[in-house]
Design a protein around this ligand. Structure first.
Ligand code: OOG
Ligand code: MG
Length: 257
């Protein structure tokens, strides 16, 4: 079934039914990246047709920690929609999620439209504010088992996200390569990292996105919020658990269920 519409429908049904499916690569080993991004666009369009808005973009598999955890060694991008914004300070509703996992990220609020070719410097110049963030992933595939085209088609496992308590212009945020993060589950430290874990500099990941979009003659609009990619391996979020991340200079973020 290398028909992008049929693949998109299966992914949307898995999300709606809260029931994981086998990765398409099991039966369609030839599914290529271009087709996978075409599927992703159909999935996003269905969300827009249902009344959601695009609020930004996300990068995935931009750190070695994430690449090793998922067994996929190339980055990818996806889109964040209004339905993914999780409320802070209240328990996350797990009922619509299959097997959520949480990971700490550095987020960028882009103040001016970004066109390729982009660099760390041009991204920082166009950035209005940076935040600490937690992304809640939920692969629509069984056991988070996927190839790069599978996970591209599934909009990079996007599900929910929360921003941390502090927003700073990049000039006041210090050297983001050195921004430390401590990830805790139920109070216990489960991972630590620094911003440089993502492509040497988290803004390099945003630049990579902008350069990918440029190949399609697209730009990243002003007002986009961009999650630059998990800094550590993700941790599962079950009922009664709490995952928090403290970011040096950027406050903390928390999700609990
Ligand atoms: C794919 C999404 C990756 C990240 O930050 O690395 C991602 C996954 O791990 O399920 O969001
Ligand atoms: Mg992520």
């Amino acid at each position: 079934m290398c028909d992008p519409t049929a693949i998109a429908r299966a992914i949307l049904d898995a999300e709606a039914l809260v029931k994981a499916i086998a990765p398409f690569s099991d039966t369609e080993p030839d599914l290529d990246l271009d087709t996978a991004y075409a599927v992703q666009r159909i999935v996003i369009q269905a969300k827009l047709d249902a009344g959601e808005r695009i609020v930004g973009a996300k990068l995935g598999l931009t750190s070695r920690a994430k690449q090793q955890a998922m067994g996929v060694s190339d980055p990818l991008y996806g889109w964040l929609t209004s339905g993914m914004v999780a409320a802070t300070g209240v328990p996350l509703d797990l009922s619509g999620l299959i097997h959520p996992r949480v990971e700490p990220e550095i987020a960028f609020l882009i103040g001016e439209e970004l066109r390729g070719p982009a660099t760390v410097t041009s991204v920082l110049d166009a950035t209005e504010a940076v935040f600490g963030a937690l992304e809640v992933l939920d692969s629509r595939y069984e056991d988070f088992r996927f190839t790069l085209p599978d996970v591209v088609a599934d909009n990079a496992s996007s599900a929910r996200f929360v921003l941390g308590s502090v927003a700073l212009p990049p000039a006041q945020a210090g050297d983001l390569r050195l921004t430390g993060v401590v990830l805790r589950r139920d109070g216990e430290v489960v991972a630590t990292a620094a911003g440089g874990a993502v492509m040497g500099h988290p803004a390099a990941s945003v630049a990579w996105l902008v350069n990918q979009l440029a190949e399609r003659r697209e730009s990243l609009p002003a007002g986009s919020l961009v999650l630059s990619g998990g800094l550590t391996a993700p941790v599962p979020l079950g009922p009664g658990s709490c995952v928090s991340a403290e970011f040096d200079g950027l406050g903390s973020a928390e999700v609990f269920a």
